[in-house]
Design a protein around this ligand. Structure first.
Ligand code: 6PG
Length: 271
């Protein structure tokens, strides 16, 4: 199962009022290590472009485990001008920042704690601020304030990193969630049955305002959902990653061979 390599488009036609063509590229890599290097190269390229044009690079980090290796590659980079980076999150678990499940803690351990950044460059979702709705509202304010946008404008991330679950969820936008219909708020705090917990997440309006989105998808368990997304098979709401379709931006899928459904046997292990 080989996804279309190179540029392609897909659309969000028929999905509410958001119409747009997503210009997407797919880069297939041998394994999660090559995936991390490939994604890191693209993040660095975007950072240089943003800093040259606007003097700052605003990136939303992904949660889960796939980004760990990518973070470590970025932290080891001698090319990154981290003093111009501002770090945000695409979603967060509703746990304290020191909790083992915290996406902030994972980023702290694999990236932020290994580079020189000041606290004003790190914009985490402050889950200790109150109930989930309070946390979401506070983060929306933080986004608008730190990006310097008016109430009727949407902040445009220079790069949004996203993962994808086996069910096609991304950030904390899960299949069939009412949050998929959100057209105004930038941040939401849905109860997620799949994990029996509250999550704090950027919404599709926030994600689809991005200049560039990079999905990193690794592992055979993602193969069916990835195929559904790339082929636009079935209802889009069943695979929310498909709804990430920046109206004026690009999407890069960095995937490994297992996620493409290729049998990577022992003979191929070194490929
Ligand atoms: C989270 C993530 C979530 C993640 C996918 C993939 O908070 O868990 O934001 O959307 O990106 O579930 O997770 P893995 O990288 O661990 O497969």
């Amino acid at each position: 199962m080989t996804p279309p390599l190179g540029g392609s488009t897909c659309s969000t036609k028929g999905l509410g009022s958001t119409m747009g063509l997503r210009f997407q590229w797919i880069r297939k890599t041998a394994d999660v290590h090559e995936l991390a290097r490939t994604a890191a190269d693209e993040v660095l390229r975007l950072s240089h472009e943003a800093i040259a044009e606007r003097g700052v690079f605003r990136i939303a980090l992904a949660g889960g485990s796939t980004p760990r290796t990518l973070h470590e590659v970025l932290a080891a980079s001698t090319m990154a001008r981290f003093d111009k980076w501002h770090f945000y999150w695409g979603d967060e678990r509703y746990v304290p920042p020191a909790h083992r499940d915290s996406n902030f803690l994972m980023a702290q351990q694999t990236l932020l704690g290994r580079i020189h950044v000041s606290e004003h460059q790190v914009h985490r979702m402050r889950t200790e601020a109150g109930n989930p709705s309070v946390v979401a509202a506070e983060y929306e304010h933080e986004l608008r304030y730190s990006f310097g946008v008016r109430r009727d404008e949407r902040p445009r991330f220079d790069c949004v990193l996203l993962g994808m679950g086996d069910d096609g969820h991304t950030a904390s936008l899960f299949p069939g969630s009412p949050v998929l219909d959100e057209e105004d708020a930038l941040v939401a705090a849905p109860w997620v049955d799949a994990v029996q917990a509250y999550r704090i997440t950027l919404t599709l309006p926030a994600l689809n305002a991005a200049r560039a989105v990079i999905f990193t998808v690794s592992g055979v368990s993602k193969a069916e959902a990835l195929r559904d997304v790339l082929d636009e098979r079935g209802p889009a709401r069943d695979r929310p990653a498909r709804l990430v379709c920046p109206l004026d931006g690009t999407v890069l899928w960095v995937v490994d061979r297992e996620a493409c459904g290729e049998d990577v046997g022992p003979a191929d292990a070194g490929c």
